[in-house]
Design a protein around this ligand. Structure first.
Ligand SMILES: [Zn+2]
Length: 605
């Protein structure tokens, strides 16, 4: 247990509300952020985990048009679908909300005004694309052409996926609309820009101080500094947050750019959480330096395609709002806001050797996965074999192997052997007498794992942390096989009781060590060992009113303080009644591999 309680903001990337989540999405932002938050809560720290659906921008408009519904109707549908996907995976958000709330609009507009008042936002006339046949604006990412930097044919208007550079759409060679193939027409239009170059030096010094970040994230972020350009923050669009300036706020054709409003979501969701908690200022503890001079620690979780927003653009916005760029200034009315403590980015997950693609059916949606397999099986796979530090391929054969060999034959078997032998022979948790050096050694390994696994979790090294916890399971399985308690039942019942006592203590410890990764099965083990109450709390979907008079919506939230889980070894209670166990994991038939491969569309790679 840490001697002082830390205050931790877990800021989780906002899923875009244009479809259900697939397992690639949740392997990047979802499972890692939940493992981290669950551990921090168990360690006694104060955690606020927030996110929501990102609902503005052109892709939602285009898809809504295609389906003959309004943008709002489409966002309503996928907000609910995504919240349900995340709930069923057990992702324990304090608040998972959305960007179409009135609270969000107000906080976004406040950040804009703070930046504007400090001189970090300026208007500029630029060229914008329109579709000649419809007269509607054609957003950058719906323009395709040849990259004017590397010559790649298939670059998008805003970015080249080949060389990674941000692009000006009007400079693309041979530009064409991805919606209908026609050549876009570029016309003059006035937009607001964020003056990113005014933050290059302060961002540089800040990044240089970040010793704990993953090296790939830090290197990528430092490289971006060399070419910081002003970035457009408004768009010719009728779906988004209004620009909060006189002469602009009522214009139907100009809104803030979707990325600008989405990154403010971390703050607006914190404010919404505080307002719903009954203490409207409660968010400040997670964003501002406290009276003791302690800064809260904000951890941002995302896939690698989003690093630039979290290590560069959002920090620049916070610095500008605080008045800490080249042009100085004063903090806005919310007060000075803290920069990220750590930007935790995952690499990409591919599917059987191919990129995830909903349109080509190279995809497995979270809800489909969970209709056939348990949430902990997916959480285990993502942590043990996911893209923590390198691109990783999901294969069904590896999923089968990890589930059957590691979860079922490793951890599940240990629980099952220990509890069923003790239940059958003794009916309760036995006492241990005259412990041998081998008994003591196993107990010491198990107790010692709390410091080692906790340290790895605190440093966001989830894969290594899980391996360390599973090492305790492996040692305990070896101990049971070496001591063969089933043979001792007749020859030496007292020694059998001691071996089972030691094994059950280690099962109890391992259940605690595995709780951040496997909260559902840890809950079951807690009850198998006679525990009462809730060990590991789960999120709930609740219908709420908009706080400022807008339409109601569902949020994910939970009463996590009710959970009994603590990050420590506690002595098992001798004499607690034990019942014969039911298996905690499902063994999968090898035939599922071919069944699942047949569900994937297209040709195999
Ligand atoms: Zn290029």
């Amino acid at each position: 247990m840490p001697s002082t309680q830390r205050t931790i903001l877990t800021a989780v990337a906002w899923p875009y509300a244009n479809g259900p989540r697939h397992i690639g999405h949740v392997s990047g932002f979802g499972v890692p952020s939940d493992v981290f938050s669950r551990y921090q809560r168990m360690a006694g720290n104060r955690v606020l985990m927030v996110s929501g659906t990102d609902e503005h921008g052109t892709p939602i408009l285009v898809q809504a048009d295609k389906e003959g519904v309004t943008a709002r109707e489409l966002a309503d549908r996928y907000n609910r679908v995504i919240a349900e996907d995340l709930r069923s995976l057990g992702l324990a958000y304090d608040l998972f909300t959305r960007t179409t709330t009135r609270n969000h609009y107000a906080v976004v507009q406040e950040i804009f005004k703070g930046l504007y008042d400090n001189g970090y936002i300026f208007p500029k006339t630029t060229l914008g694309a329109i579709s000649p046949s419809t007269g509607r604006t054609l957003p950058d990412r719906y323009i395709e052409g040849t990259c004017y930097i590397c010559g790649y044919d298939g670059a998008r208007g805003d970015q080249c996926d080949n060389c990674g550079n941000q692009l000006d759409p009007e400079k693309l060679i041979n530009p064409r609309s991805r919606i209908n193939g026609e050549t876009p027409k570029f016309i003059e239009t006035e937009q607001f820009f964020l003056d990113l170059p005014a933050f290059a030096s302060v961002l540089g010094s800040w990044l240089q101080e970040q010793k704990s970040w993953r090296p790939n994230v830090l290197k990528f972020s430092l490289n971006l500094l060399d070419d910081l350009q002003p970035r457009a923050i408004s768009r010719d669009l009728d779906w988004g947050v209004p620009v909060p300036l006189e002469g602009w706020v009522d214009r139907p054709d100009k809104k803030l750019y979707v990325w600008f409003d989405a990154v403010v979501g971390y703050l607006s969701a914190s404010v919404e959480w505080a307002r719903r908690s009954g203490d409207p200022d409660a968010w400040r503890a997670f964003w501002q330096v406290g009276p003791d001079g302690e800064a809260p620690a904000a951890y941002y979780f995302m896939g690698k395609d989003n690093i630039v927003f979290h290590s560069e653009i959002w920090p620049a916005m916070l610095l500008g709002y605080d008045g800490r760029g080249d042009k100085n200034g004063e903090p806005g009315s919310l007060g000075a806001l803290a920069l990220p403590h750590e930007v935790v980015s995952s690499e990409f997950l591919t599917m059987e050797g191919r990129k995830f693609s909903s349109s080509r059916a190279v995809v497995i949606y979270v809800r489909d996965f969970l209709s056939r397999y348990d949430a902990d099986a997916l959480r285990y796979y993502i942590t043990a074999a996911g893209p923590e530090t390198q691109d990783t391929d999901f294969t069904w054969s590896e999923f089968l192997r990890r589930n059957n060999d590691e979860l079922v034959a490793g951890w599940g078997n240990l629980v099952n052997r220990a509890v069923s032998m003790a239940a059958k022979n003794l009916g309760e948790i036995p006492a241990g007498k005259d412990l041998t050096p081998e008994d003591e050694a196993l107990l010491a390994t198990s107790r010692g794992a709390f410091a080692a696994v906790g340290d790895l979790l605190d440093r966001c090294r989830f894969k290594a942390a899980l391996a360390e916890a599973m090492r305790v399971v492996a040692e305990a399985n070896k101990y049971v096989s070496d001591h063969e308690p089933w043979k001792l039942a007749k020859t030496d019942p007292e020694r059998m009781a001691t071996v089972l006592h030691v094994t059950l203590q280690v099962v109890d410890d391992a259940k605690t060590l595995l709780t951040p990764f496997l909260p559902f099965s840890s809950e079951k083990v807690f009850h198998l060992l006679g525990g009462e109450g809730t060990w590991s709390a789960m999120p709930e979907l609740r219908e709420v009113e908009d706080l400022d008079g807008g339409p109601g919506y569902p949020v994910l939230t939970g009463d996590y303080d009710q959970a009994l889980a603590r990050w420590e070894s506690t002595p098992i209670e001798v004499g607690r009644k034990l019942e014969p166990p039911t298996p905690i994991f499902k063994k999968l038939d090898p035939s599922i591999v071919d069944e699942e491969l047949a569900r994937l569309g297209g040709e195999a790679a």
